[in-house]
Design a protein around this ligand. Structure first.
Ligand code: CA
Length: 156
């Protein structure tokens, strides 16, 4: 009986520790960073990890606004945009976020996009439209452009 009690207590302590641990590692609100170098989509994906970040995903209008806030004062890379890490490479139909595997429940495509121009476009970037605004578009995955990463252990 005492033994059982101790086991329950231990489980409770472990549960609390796990909760505390998750909270401690969360970065909230979510934070994005922009790369200084350029790369193709898949190299950029790995490079985010090498920087100690995750490849950036935009899951809501609020996150889109955060990205626009980050990029609005950027001078470099405006002409070519920045990778966000969604692709349709596996089934060539529906886009999904490569790191989390989530579908694009929120999106902010430019008018007429994604158009898979010349049947060669399977990766997404955000690009400058009007001052302070950025929309999404599909481009060839081997395009050499800057990219967005996000902090690890996002709380959402
Ligand atoms: Ca396109």
């Amino acid at each position: 009986m005492s033994m059982l009690h101790e086991t329950c207590k231990l489980k409770l302590i472990i549960s609390v520790l796990v909760l505390v641990n998750i909270n401690a590692e969360c970065v909230s609100p979510k934070k994005y960073v922009v790369s200084s170098d350029k790369a193709g989509f898949h190299t950029a994906f790995i490079t985010c990890r090498q920087y100690g970040y995750e490849p950036a995903e935009i899951h809501s209008l609020a996150e889109q606004k955060m990205v626009e806030e980050l990029l609005k004062n950027e001078k470099l890379g405006l002409e070519n945009g920045y990778w966000i890490f969604a692709t349709n490479l596996d089934e060539k139909k529906a886009y999904y976020w490569l790191n989390s595997g989530r579908r694009l429940l929120y999106s902010n495509f430019s008018a007429g996009q994604p158009d898979n121009y010349n049947n060669m476009e399977n990766c997404l970037h955000v690009f400058h439209t009007t001052p302070g605004r950025f929309a999404w578009n599909d481009i060839p995955c081997n395009s050499n452009i800057r990219f967005l990463c996000q902090h690890n252990q996002v709380c959402d």
